[in-house]
Design a protein around this ligand. Structure first.
Ligand code: A3P
Length: 285
């Protein structure tokens, strides 16, 4: 490792716009309000897809907002300096993004009725997506090979720590009525039903043409061409020229990268760490 990450309580965070002081401040003193809606994910689970979809639901399919404002201002990350500073002074209902594990999330949340959408994804696909993203990022410890990143991922030495801990932590609140779990896989298979589920959860209704516009504008192809959403404005600043957010956008890409031995190791670790949770929580093969 090259020492670019920021650490708090044994967890690494990207070394850009993060500090242990802000992370502590967010947990202790950031006030979540009943009317806030929180989009929670482990990195590379499809966070930006969920943000895009939510913003389109809020704008009733009108793409003006997503075409003129980047996702980190539409639904700022509570845990980085930039997002924290936008959110703390913002009046009215807020859309808030976060990758924080439950133990670092603002304590105020646990006394509110704020709604949370927790988007999960097959950790094997998260691993592949993360490898291709982080290896070019300038602000984290970069893996030198897929093999090295496999070890880091299993150990939780990756941004935001262990996927297993993150998922177990948040899954423990899954029975609360203000908590909706979605999966990347179901969203891919049937985006319309997922959008309907979100609308129902939020008490929103879309007319048929509004729904069609949401579906069109949150599609992989349209997002890839939207310069506000494809991270192209971060190039040269924080991301390498050839780094892309919208890489493949498919389910099961891990099969193209895992060796047989890695697949077996991962399966065994998954069983050990998650085997006691209901299998229907993890809708992938
Ligand atoms: P891949 O690298 O597997 O392609 P995050 O936003 O949490 O960083 O997640 C990034 C992943 O979500 C990338 O996965 C990206 O392609 C995928 N993604 C983003 N928008 C998508 C969309 N509209 N449809 C499908 N996948 C999308």
């Amino acid at each position: 490792m090259t020492g670019k990450n920021v650490w708090l309580e044994g967890l690494p965070f990207p070394g850009l716009d993060f500090s242990a002081e802000i992370l502590r401040e967010v947990r202790e003193n950031f006030t979540i309000k009943d009317e806030d809606v929180i989009l929670l994910t482990y990195p590379k689970s499809g966070t930006n897809w969920l943000i895009e979809t939510m913003c389109l639901i809020y704008s009733k399919g009108d793409p003006k907002w997503i075409q003129s404002v980047p996702p980190w201002e539409r639904s700022p990350w509570v845990e980085n300096n930039y997002g924290y500073n936008i959110l703390k002074d913002k009046e009215g209902p807020r859309l808030i993004s976060s990758h924080l594990p439950i133990q670092l999330f603002p304590k105020s949340f646990f006394k509110t009725k704020a709604k949370v959408i927790y988007l999960i994804r097959n950790p094997r696909d998260i691993f592949v997506s993360g490898y291709f993203f982080w290896r070019l990022a300038t602000f984290v410890d970069r893996p030198e090979s897929l093999e090295q990143y496999f070890e880091w991922f299993i150990q939780g030495n990756v941004p935001y720590g262990s996927w297993f801990d993150h998922t177990r932590g948040w899954m423990s609140t899954r029975d609360k009525e203000n908590f909706l779990i979605l999966s990347y896989e179901e969203m891919k298979q049937d985006t319309r039903s997922t959008v309907e589920k979100i609308c129902q959860f939020l008490g929103k209704k879309l007319e048929p043409e509004e729904m069609n516009s949401v579906l069109k504008n949150c599609s992989f192809q349209v997002m890839r061409e939207n310069n506000m959403s494809n991270f192209s404005i971060l190039k040269h600043k924080f991301l390498a020229e050839n780094e892309i957010l919208l890489r493949k956008g498919i389910v099961g890409d891990w099969k193209n990268y895992f060796t047989v031995a890695q697949a077996e190791t991962f399966h065994k670790i998954f069983q050990e760490r998650m085997g006691d949770l209901p299998p229907e929580l993890f809708p992938w093969e």
